[in-house]
Write a protein that binds this ligand. Structure first.
Ligand SMILES: *Cc1c(COP(=O)(O)O)cnc(C)c1O
Length: 423
């Protein structure tokens, strides 16, 4: 049997209807912004493998840090023990995150980072004897696929089957251009009830919704409304973190600061699954007590895995180099130039750019299905051409590794332009 045949026999892939899935390309090698399959076909990774990989595939600097850590101390439980990589990583995060973020809780993926934030928000009020049991989230949000994260996610067909078994979440409109007042008013109404523990949002960009963007001033307004009503704010930067928006964190564009932040995806440069949830001192203090029952009884076996921490430290070191900061600006300028070139194309209804993120909406009648016909046609076209892009309905977005070359960016843009003619 070939690898592909065995894959079809054994593996259950994410977000996949296997009955009509095509054979998944067997990827055997990655370098920089490129991947190769077992037939030798080359792909440009235009979405940084689900937004995790800023510094290129098989990055040697991170790999060396991982190897060094693996041969020094690969893992030790974090319950009752600690270690240098976790201490140094937390110290580093305290330096680069908004300066009210003081405490760091480690887990293994973005969904878990969100679960931790939600549980902390709910238990904080429980510990105080205050009844705040509901959560506020945006329409069309995506916060992950575990139960709490899923409850706060608003992409309905992802979560439809589980509607009866979820945390109580109320949604407000996203403050996209023209909807700022509507969104703020909806939040004011909810906050006034004193029923809510937290408001969770993807700051500035809703990734899974199709890179939907809104302004930092609109988010500042929402955070200040939540603060006045004693509702915690949770910035889910799982996608936006570590340079994607042109600054280290989307929250760096804000005047207000969130109470909690969720980070994962690019945290380890796309190498080791790892996540962290960060908190203000006030939140930590809500658990600090003589009463053991007020502690946070949450943990994951691989919490603060030393190898993951070492990978994250190496990643952040790369992020802070002039070269990478320069690369981010180059990708941004390149996107802006392509936007100018393509925005008046007769099939394009709108475009947007922030940092290394570019998105383009194709004109359609009504809303296109997330995994609908147009999306599937586009996806197959891109794969055929050797460009990895995963359109969302009628939205094509690009979020490449920061180190991508000019030529490969050009190939991505050209392929998108060809797709517009083909569709
Ligand atoms: C991807 C994502 C998550 C979920 O992260 P996983 O590692 O897939 O569990 C949560 N929030 C946002 C904003 C994301 O983009």
């Amino acid at each position: 049997m070939t690898l592909s045949e065995k894959d079809n026999l054994y593996n259950w892939h994410p977000y996949t209807q296997h009955k009509n899935a095509f054979n998944h390309p067997v990827i055997v090698k990655g370098s920089g912004a490129l991947l190769w399959d077992d037939s030798g076909k080359e792909y440009v990774d235009a979405i940084a493998s689900w937004w995790v990989n800023p510094f290129g595939h098989s990055n040697v600097f991170i790999a060396q840090a991982i190897f060094k850590q693996l041969t020094q101390l690969e893992h030790v439980l974090f319950g009752g023990f600690t270690h240098e990589p976790a201490i140094l990583l937390s110290e580093k995060l305290a330096q680069i995150l908004p300066n009210n973020q003081k405490r760091f809780f480690y887990s293994d993926n973005g969904s878990s980072a969100v679960e931790v934030a939600l549980k902390v928000a709910l238990q904080y009020f429980y510990n105080k004897g205050e009844k705040r049991t509901k959560i506020i989230a945006f329409e069309d949000a995506f916060h992950g696929d575990t139960f709490g994260a899923m409850a706060t996610s608003g992409i309905s067909f992802f979560t439809e089957a589980f509607k009866g078994s979820m945390l109580e979440v109320v949604r407000i409109p996203v403050p996209t251009k023209g909807n700022e007042v509507k969104s703020a008013n909806a939040l004011k109404k909810l906050v006034a009830t004193n029923d809510y523990a937290a408001f969770i949002f993807e700051p500035l960009v809703q990734g899974a919704a199709g890179m939907v963007m809104y302004s930092s001033s609109a988010l500042d307004e929402l955070i200040s409304i939540a603060k006045k009503g004693n509702v915690f704010t949770i910035a889910d930067e799982v996608m936006t973190g570590f340079g994607k928006t042109g600054k280290n964190f989307a929250c760096d564009y804000l005047i207000e600061k969130p109470d909690m932040m969720c980070l994962s995806k690019a945290l380890t440069g796309g190498t080791i699954p790892m996540a962290v949830t960060s908190f203000t001192q006030e939140i930590f203090d809500g658990f600090y007590d003589d009463d053991v029952n007020k502690a946070l009884f949450h943990g994951h076996t691989f919490t603060a895995n030393p190898t993951g921490c070492a990978a994250a430290l190496a990643s952040i070191e790369l992020l802070e180099t002039k070269e990478i900061q320069n690369n981010i600006q180059l990708v941004n300028q390149s996107h802006l130039a392509f936007e100018q070139h393509i925005k008046n194309h007769p099939k394009v209804s709108s475009t947007r750019v922030l940092g290394v993120i570019f998105a383009l909406e194709i004109k359609v009648n009504g809303k296109q299905d997330y995994y609908g016909e147009m999306r599937n046609k586009l996806y197959s076209f891109f794969i055929e051409k050797g460009v990895i892009l995963r359109p969302v309905g009628n939205i094509i977005y690009v979020l490449p590794p920061y180190i991508i070359s000019k030529e490969h960016l050009k190939k991505i843009y050209q392929t998108i332009e060809e797709a517009l003619d083909y569709i």
